[in-house]
Design a protein around this ligand. Structure first.
Ligand SMILES: [Zn+2]
Ligand SMILES: [Zn+2]
Length: 291
């Protein structure tokens, strides 16, 4: 068996925790004060939330978490493409050289995600050449909720597939980028973790132990050697994508079993789970390893 999958997911059953890492408040250009945003997400049944105001760090320890796990963060905004800074202790100065920002995020012991690359009239808030040259971010938003009502596309799986195909091992996130109540609960991350602490959730996110969703629920992603099995609660169709967006398989079902061919000509497989209406879920990539 010369080839097998490596997977970020745990095969054994664990809890799934739902959260959003991208929300704005009146501390920057959001419509609601921080506590109101927290109250809204708690009422929607979220397990964790990161308030990520533009170039401002809101201290969550001064707020009532309403039972959620609050992760401190901010969005580096001025002077260039935005960078989401999660698990932040400080605000990294918005240097026009975003590689310096990414280094600053690493020095701060947080992690960076590139938000809404396909936002704006040219669908190019963050040029692909920058995404390819930057080092030190762990993922991109493959779905950004607020862009639904703005210019450009909320979806950025095209950017993700291009990066993955060039050997970058990065994760796909879905976030609301909430500025108003109408932006809440559009896109979220669902983390595989029994432990609800911020440290455990951040570790799971860093390791890719989560999926991105706009409504479809994934129950498990299990890998045994060269076979992967994904089970959802409510997908109507699952598509397995590989390098440069090539379709490897499709099942009009809530689950799919995918077995690697003897000599795969691709380096990863990721699953898109399509449900009713605009409901979707995106698994993280499973990488093809040569034994
Ligand atoms: Zn932004
Ligand atoms: Zn934002």
């Amino acid at each position: 068996m010369p080839y097998s999958f490596s997977s970020p997911y745990l095969n054994s059953h664990v809890n799934w925790l739902k959260g959003n890492l991208h929300a704005h408040t009146t501390e920057s250009d959001g419509a609601r004060p921080p506590q109101e945003v927290i109250d809204s997400y708690a009422a929607h049944g979220y397990d964790f939330l990161c308030i990520s105001d533009h170039d401002v760090l809101v201290d969550p320890s001064k707020l009532d978490s309403r039972g959620m796990t609050l992760i401190p963060g901010n969005e580096v905004t001025a002077n260039g493409p935005h960078i989401l800074h999660v698990d932040a202790r400080t605000v990294v100065p918005p240097d026009p050289d975003r590689q310096k920002v990414l280094s600053g995020v690493a020095d701060d012991h947080g992690f960076a995600v590139v938000p809404h690359p396909n936002w704006e009239e040219d669908f190019n808030h963050c040029p692909q050449s920058l995404l390819e040259s930057w080092k030190g971010y762990i993922g991109v938003e493959v779905y950004n909720g607020v862009v639904r009502r703005l210019e450009g596309s909320p979806v950025a799986t095209d950017r993700w597939d291009m990066l993955l195909s060039k050997g970058r091992r990065i994760w796909g996130f879905a976030h609301d980028d909430s500025h108003r109540p109408c932006d809440d609960e559009i896109g979220w991350d669902v983390v595989q973790s029994d432990d609800r602490s911020a440290k455990a959730i951040v570790t799971a996110l860093r390791e890719g132990r989560f999926y991105a969703s706009t409504g479809v629920s994934i129950e498990s992603v299990q890998v045994h050697g060269k076979t992967a099995k994904i089970v959802t609660r409510d997908a109507e169709c699952i598509i397995a994508f590989s390098n440069f967006g090539h379709r490897e398989a499709k099942a009009e079902d809530r689950e799919m079993v995918f077995t690697l061919p003897e000599h795969p000509d691709f380096t990863y497989v990721r699953f898109e789970c399509w449900g009713r209406g605009e409901r979707m879920a995106w698994s993280q990539p499973l990488f093809v390893e040569k034994d």
